[in-house]
Design a binder for this molecule. Sequence first.
Ligand SMILES: NC(=O)c1ccc[n+]([C@@H]2O[C@H](COP(=O)([O-])OP(=O)(O)OC[C@H]3O[C@@H](n4cnc5c(N)ncnc54)[C@H](OP(=O)(O)O)[C@@H]3O)[C@@H](O)[C@H]2O)c1
Length: 235
Amino acid sequence: MSLALLTGSTGVLGRKLVPYLAKSYKLILHYRSSDEVLKELLSDSAVRKSLVKVVKWDFSTGSLEDFIRKVLDAGMPSLVILSASYYDSTPLARVSEELFNYLVKVNLVAPSYIALRIGREMSDGLIVFLTDMIAISGHEVYAEIKPSLPYVASRGSLQYVVKHLAKELAPRVRVIGIAVGWIENPRASRKLREAAIRSIPTKTFVTPDEIYLAIELAVRSPNLNGVFLTLSGGL
Ligand SMILES: NC(=O)c1ccc[n+]([C@@H]2O[C@H](COP(=O)([O-])OP(=O)(O)OC[C@H]3O[C@@H](n4cnc5c(N)ncnc54)[C@H](OP(=O)(O)O)[C@@H]3O)[C@@H](O)[C@H]2O)c1
């Protein structure tokens, strides 16, 4: 069985992808702080069976080199899914230099550097940047939410990172992005969920199995490289 690394495995979306990945891969799971969510994930025996290592790491403070070393100590992944991120909606008047530094480190520097370093070591495989639609369509794509300027800045250049790395790491390793529209989020208010559904042309949330299907498609498509797939219902 091949090895997969998933960052942000405790996220609303990340945690839903784990059971799918566990069916086909040995797993290295990263998370930052959600111990309870991780415990819940590990209560699934299939996940426990496929688990090789858990790495708890804060990308804003911990050295990325040390994180990468811990990952590679467990083996060489052939699938890397970069899902960890931090969403922010601070209004313009309250944006600080610290906030810029934090979001750019966590949302741009961390996934890009991890992809570059691990991608250079991998003998073959696929790297997937998992993002929202803001990364490819900018700050107005979701009518119902207002991402902060540093958040938009931290996500916007990922499309160029994907293109650049895809060229540099080929032919051994392919790099793609998957931009996801709205998924069902139990943390969101009913009002927001209803407004979101109204705004989606297909009138349905994107489901984790669709996202996993897109990942599988990318794994099996030797010429899918350097692009962002979108799963948004046409947002
Ligand atoms: N949820 C959605 O509605 C949605 C919709 C479209 C696209 N997406 C995209 O899908 C991806 C995953 O989303 P999600 O819903 O799983 O996100 P989420 O629920 O906000 O979870 C974020 C994940 O990143 C980790 N993380 C946060 N800050 C970190 C830091 N400083 N260092 C290291 N890890 C950190 C969190 O770890 P802990 O929780 O352990 O602290 C968590 O595992 C993101 O790129 C997001 O933009 C999400």
